[in-house]
Design a binder for this molecule. Structure first.
Ligand SMILES: [Zn+2]
Length: 211
């Protein structure tokens, strides 16, 4: 079942690799199809992953189809799908610059006009939780409020969107923004966007999310 979606997921995982957002089998991705979730398998290197390795689960996490175990971060994916109607795809990466921000436990401030309408204002960091736990999912959901991205403490980042293509794009955008911010921090003190601009751009973000 869901051959087209599985292929899309496989392509997205390879793109995550190509964009240096993950290595080996780290990170994971999924998309929601009705009451089912098509999700990457646990511990399979993306370069060796085939469509048959992709797992289908329901919204309670029961396996519907597949020979592999679903991603270790399945509880986080489910927490998002069960609480965010606008999220139909989730991309979770361990990229260098977003992870650097995540170990500082510092949010990515609103620094670039391009970012806020797409991710929402400051990208917050979740409270720490052990990978693969429901608690990690809850902590992430909390800081994802009114945002499409979150940094996961001492771990990585996650982006949500209506399509896998968009969730991947947001992950690349977030990584670039974190790179720009950390680079700027090395040579000076970054200046945030004016407050009224951030408010306006956040309004645009909320409006766009409706579509
Ligand atoms: Zn992870």
């Amino acid at each position: 079942m869901y051959e087209k979606e599985k292929k899309e997921l496989l392509d997205t995982c390879l793109e995550m690799l190509r964009h240096d957002l993950v290595i080996g089998s780290s990170g994971n991705a999924s998309l929601r199809v009705g009451n089912h979730v098509v999700i990457s398998p646990s511990s399979v290197h993306y370069t060796e992953m085939s469509i048959d390795d992709v797992v289908v689960i329901d919204l309670e996490g029961n396996e519907v189809e597949g020979t592999r175990n679903p991603s270790i971060e399945t509880p986080m994916h489910l927490e998002i799908y069960n609480n965010r109607e606008d999220a139909l795809a989730v991309v979770h990466t361990h990229s260098l610059y977003a992870s650097s921000m995540a170990i500082l436990h510092e949010p990515l401030p609103p620094i670039i006009d391009e970012i806020v309408p797409k991710l929402g204002a400051n990208v917050r960091v979740s409270k720490y939780a052990i990978p693969g736990t429901k608690q990690l999912g809850k902590n992430v959901l909390e800081v994802l409020e009114d945002r499409s991205a979150a940094l996961i403490a001492n771990h990585g980042s996650v982006c949500v969107a209506k399509t896998l293509k968009d969730a991947l794009f947001l992950s690349i955008l977030l990584e670039r923004a974190c790179k720009i911010y950390t680079t700027a921090r090395q040579i000076g003190k970054p200046v945030e966007l004016p407050e009224d601009v951030v408010e306006d751009e956040q309004d645009i973000y909320m409006m766009m999310r409706e579509f």
